[in-house]
Design a protein around this ligand. Structure first.
Ligand code: 4NP
Length: 157
């Protein structure tokens, strides 16, 4: 398998979980001086929020930790599965959608919870309909997994 240089995070609406993961991983790689080596992006499986900025509750939760989310929602495409080396979903529904979209492409499709939690691989739950506690919980899960993912990438580079 070749080196991993292009990483795409995928959730449902592309306004909460995956833009957060994109921003958190980018921040962690920058802290390691490694951000220039990677291209990181995010996308969603549905079209409901195309072109929108991320949810203000998610942006606020991240900003409190010094992480800036700057992304416009877009939908994941089959071309993404050719272009990216690693595509990371938040739950099993995303993985199913991504695996059918990949259709033989050599991309690695993984679940974010695998990083740090191995086979247990918990879902990162959709925070959209809930209160602020859900956004905090999503942040903690994404932060923990992205830390493990950054270490994993470092070990492969
Ligand atoms: P996300 O959250 O997948 O983390 O961006 C959601 C945002 C919007 C919807 C679902 C999940 N929605 O159904 O519109």
């Amino acid at each position: 398998m070749g080196p991993i240089r292009r990483i795409l995070f995928v959730c449902t609406g592309n306004i909460c979980r995956s833009p957060l993961a994109e921003a958190v991983l980018r921040t962690k790689l920058a802290e390691r001086g490694a951000d220039g080596r990677y291209e990181i992006d995010s996308a969603g499986t549905v079209t409901d929020h195309l072109g929108e900025r991320s949810d203000p509750r998610m942006r606020r939760t991240a900003a409190r930790r010094g992480v800036r989310i700057d992304h416009r929602a877009r939908r994941v495409t089959s071309a993404d599965m050719e272009r990216f080396d690693l595509v990371v979903g938040m739950d099993d529904q995303h993985l199913n959608a991504l695996r059918s979209l990949a259709d033989g492409a050599s991309v690695q499709v993984r679940k974010l919870g695998e990083f740090g939690d191995g086979d247990r691989a918990p879902d990162v739950p959709d925070p959209w309909y809930g209160g602020m506690a859900g956004f905090e919980r999503v942040y903690e899960m994404v932060d923990r997994s992205c830390e493990a993912l950054a270490q994993w990438l470092e070990g492969r580079s």
